[in-house]
Design a binder for this molecule. Sequence first.
Ligand SMILES: [Zn+2]
Length: 428
Amino acid sequence: MSVCAAKYHDQLISIRRHLHTMPEEGWSEFTTTAFLVGKLREYGYEVLVGTKVINPDNCLGRSQKVVDDGIERARANGVCEELLKEMGGYTGCVGILDTGRPGPTLACRFDIDCVPVTESTEADHIPAKEGFCSTRPGLMHACGHDAHMSTGLAVAHWIADNASELCGRVKILFQPAEEGVRGAAGMAASGIVDDVDYFLGAHIAMMCKTGEISIKPYGFLCTTKLDVTYTGRPAHAGVEPNAGRNAMAAACNAFVQLLGIARHGSGMTRINVGQLNAGEGRNVIPSHAVMKMEVRGETGEINQYMYDSAVAIIQGCAISQGCEYTIEKMGEAVDLVNDEELVKVLADAGSKVQGLKVRQDPMNFGGSEDATILARRVQAHGGKAAFFVIGADRPSGHHTSRFDIDEGALDAGFEVWANAVEEILGNN
Ligand SMILES: [Zn+2]
């Protein structure tokens, strides 16, 4: 069986463009999920949604307001009540196809959310020029998850078309809320990958150009995302400032000190406080402050060092101002080393694609990716896992308003995926 993208080329492009017009932020992807569910059912998959694939106890960074808006939008978009009820307030879905023949279980993971970026409408920005720009101001598929979904559906379609020549079982995971590394923990905790023997995930572009794939990416930074809330006591700034407890002062002191955490000698570290909201008004001692921040580390141990150092500063600054504080974990990703068995599968899968260069040299991913949480869960249960990068040229970096991917790279990416599925589930 030789995999050729020709039959799936039009669907790869048209679905990517359709989804590009309708970006949805993490945990609000109800319209997107409904679209994916519809396609998977059309291909003959059993599809699980809602709490069957997401454990509500492990959902990180899920805002009820964003969820409610997403449900309302889905209604307005014509998503049926029955499906919304089935989803039960949780986005994402898993398509399962059992060939009926004994063999391994393979999970293929694709992420589905967008980024809070306003898309460029400049004439030379291809989505603007060709009429598939985001229709939602302030939101954009600026990380290529639209391409991930169209690839995932094309792979699912190919598997269904060729099921008679495959064995074992496949699970197509469409994971919500990757941005901020929030969604994978809930999906992993649902147990949906606990019976998985092989796990594959991929990202488009990043450090790879059109015509190449990276099968040994490294540098998946472990990260913890935190919301820190300081609560003080308001007071009249002229009459009785001494009666106040200044939450903004606690936050500002913490902010400066956090940036000064000593770097770790054993590997890379990162820290950022990206948002700080505080105070009530000019003449009131500020009684509340909320900081959105993150730490990262090259390994779990180094990330933990950054986290512990941050907590000590946050706590110290609360004490110094007589304020209370809470820390809420909003997202989490870990590191990953690809299992050699799957590196070999990917090398073979890539070498079968005409003109594709398989990069076996370690290439720095340089970001965080919560597919690692699912991958590690599979490894913890004795399965094998790998994450790879499908090269694609891009006019502008990820998460920027002029981000776009070279659609010419989608065929090769699809073929790598399908070849890998065939290597793992082929009826040899
Ligand atoms: Zn991404």
